[in-house]
Design a protein around this ligand. Structure first.
Ligand SMILES: Nc1nc2c(ncn2[C@@H]2O[C@H](COP(=O)(O)OP(=O)(O)OP(=O)(O)O)[C@@H](O)[C@H]2O)c(=O)[nH]1
Ligand SMILES: [Mg+2]
Length: 193
């Protein structure tokens, strides 16, 4: 699969705007500021295709990026309290309807490697486990942890995610590129176009 030719395809602010599926869709979800847009840029080898911000709540629409035969789908982050209530309910509904649409071939759930999963992360994981969507967890910002801290977090995660059985995990860093090749190999398996 050729990862080196990608482009913005479209943004949708409401679910009914999303056109019928056309290509395989790989979605990326996680709380605000966890690093979804940064991960997508790394994956697509682009500096600023998906917009990144130090301030949470940057991505507020469902954004489709085309690469080879697939769409990479950046979702709005959840769990950012400063977002206006009306906005939260708009993109809550958007994300929920998109997630339940049955059109996602594979989903990457991002969780900050440094911290325990939030209540919203666990809600999301429960939803994924029940819905039957294929997914894995990308543990983000791995560059911010030292070797010993990583080992500690790996052990703690076994407990924190104990109820979910054996979920595949990739340690990832948008800073160093750690995990990017591994993630590409997995996504490539879904590219049937
Ligand atoms: N050190 C480090 N910083 C990262 C990494 N990934 C993202 N960041 C930083 O974290 C902040 C948030 O990154 P985004 O990619 O915008 O996060 P997001 O999940 O798309 O956030 P929303 O669009 O608000 O949902 C930015 O300041 C990034 O530079 C990483 O792997 N390592
Ligand atoms: Mg974003």
């Amino acid at each position: 699969m050729n990862w080196n030719k990608s482009g913005f395809f479209a943004s949708y602010g409401k679910f009914p705007q999303v056109p019928p599926p056309e290509r395989v869709e790989i979605a990326f979800s996680g709380r605000s500021n966890v690093g979804k847009s940064s991960l997508i840029n790394k994956l697509l080898n682009r500096k600023a295709l998906a917009r990144v911000s130090a301030k949470p709540g940057k991505t507020v629409t469902v954004n489709f990026f085309a690469v080879d035969g697939i769409y990479i789908v950046d979702l709005p982050g959840y769990g950012y309290a400063q977002t206006a209530k009306s906005e939260r309910s708009r993109f809550g509904e958007l994300t929920e309807r998109y997630l339940k649409s049955g059109r996602i071939a594979f989903l990457v759930q991002l969780i900050d490697f440094r911290h325990p999963p939030t209540a919203d992360d666990l809600t999301m994981l429960n939803f994924l486990a029940e819905s039957g969507v294929n997914f894995l967890i990308a543990l983000t910002k791995a560059d911010k942890l030292k070797k010993k801290q990583r080992e500690k977090r790996r052990e703690e995660l076994k407990e924190e995610l104990g109820g979910f059985g054996n979920i595949e995990k990739i340690e990832f860093s948008s800073e160093t590129g750690e995990g990017v090749e591994e993630l590409r190999r997995i996504i490539e398996k879904y590219n049937d176009g």
